[in-house]
Design a protein around this ligand. Structure first.
Ligand SMILES: Nc1ncnc2c1ncn2[C@@H]1O[C@H](COP(=O)(O)OP(=O)(O)OP(=O)(O)O)[C@@H](O)[C@H]1O
Length: 346
């Protein structure tokens, strides 16, 4: 459905230098899949999407989307896809139904067909209560649903979404996801989206591509990324420990992983206790044997915990930085200006 080889984009930077926004993007995305492009601000997510949707011309490399080359057949690509950009696409003053009907006219649908399509999407995205309201009077979540409906008017086989849920409250985000997953199940469309939100990539995407500095630094299912690149975090708090005994026991429990045992004072305890942590596979399985081993050596364990890894642990392991920060609005002169291209909802 999407295939890219060495796709790259450089921009002229503020001081006359160059900014590499995307470097060597090589990937194949299957029809019917749900892929999340996950990365921090400035990682190159939007630029990648904008090249794949023909809004930006690549500096190097090639890509085909729905079987058409993004550089030589942009019209064919656009007629096969939907694109929901970061900014709201609906006109401020138009009523929701009118927006959807005129979008249908834009795509050349006949009068009856555009009304039928608008009704179908109003129903699918639960917009029945707001059809006669101008989009500027809608909540953030409702506006985002209108955007998605607009992107679906031409019945695309593939829908690109650039941060569909950024800025929405948790309840609207969860509703939006219900709609997206419902649409996917009903229509069988391929979804390719960018997100900052670790939880939604983890929960909903079948495939997660972690992007940083314009490059894909990891690409797999969330479960495999977490087990291969992060592992479980096992922590034990030991009263008055024999340090070498505890460290050896934790290293043995980690079995082969590059096990660095960290230790530090245990907060919230009245006794002289030390907290030890190690990263390992299947901490839940290792814990009983570890506790028995420590008890056999006279070590009194006050508390034990196994924490499953998150995608943030994956990102931290790969880059040394955390992704767990709220997205900020892009600012500054080097941010892309919103572009309107016929055939694609901006
Ligand atoms: N038109 C442009 N001119 C110059 N630099 C640009 C332009 N568009 C993007 N960039 C730069 O390219 C890099 C990647 O930007 P991009 O918007 O693709 O990142 P992103 O991962 O989508 O970030 P965000 O999550 O904030 O949207 C950034 O350093 C950005 O400043």
């Amino acid at each position: 459905m999407i295939s890219s080889r060495g796709l790259s984009k450089t921009f002229r930077g503020p001081g006359g230098g160059t900014v590499t926004a995307v470097a060597d993007l090589t990937m194949d995305v299957e029809a019917g899949s749900l892929t999340a492009f996950l990365g921090p601000n400035g990682a190159g997510k939007s630029t990648s999407l904008r090249m794949l949707t023909t809004l930006l011309r690549p500096t190097a490399g090639t890509a085909t989307v729905c079987g058409h080359d993004v550089t030589t057949e942009p019209g064919a690509v656009r007629s096969a896809i939907g694109y929901i950009g970061q900014k709201n696409g609906a006109g401020q003053y138009y009523r929701v139904r009118d927006e959807l009907v005129s979008q249908g006219a834009f795509y050349g649908l006949g009068r009856a067909e555009r009304r039928r399509r608008a009704d179908e999407l109003i129903d699918a995205l639960d917009l029945g209560g707001v059809v006669d309201r101008p989009t500027m009077n809608l909540s953030g979540g409702q506006r985002r649903r209108v955007d998605i409906a607009l992107g679906l008017v031409p019945a695309p086989r593939l829908l690109f979404l650039d941060e569909p849920s950024t800025g929405l409250d948790p309840q609207s985000r969860s509703q939006l996801w219900d709609h997206l997953l419902g649409l996917r199940e009903r229509l069988g469309i391929t979804l390719f989206l960018t997100t900052h939100y670790l939880e939604e990539a983890d929960q909903f995407a079948e495939r997660v591509m972690v992007v940083d500095g314009g490059r894909i630094i990891a690409d797999d299912t969330a479960a495999r990324l977490k087990s291969d690149l992060a592992g479980d975090r096992l922590t034990v708090t030991v009263v008055d420990p024999d340090h070498p005994t505890v460290v050896d026991a934790l290293r043995a429990a980690a079995q082969g992983r590059d096990a660095t045992v960290e230790h530090g004072s245990a907060p919230d305890t009245d006794v002289a206790a030390v907290r030890y942590s190690v990263t390992l596979d299947r901490g839940d399985r290792a814990l009983p044997a570890l506790l028995a081993h420590l008890a056999g050596r006279g070590q009194q364990v006050l508390a034990a915990e196994v924490r499953r890894p998150s995608l943030d642990d994956v990102f931290l392991g790969l880059t040394g930085r955390s992704l767990r920060e709220e997205p900020t609005e892009p600012t500054g002169p080097d941010q892309p200006a919103p572009t309107t291209v016929p055939g694609v909802t901006p």
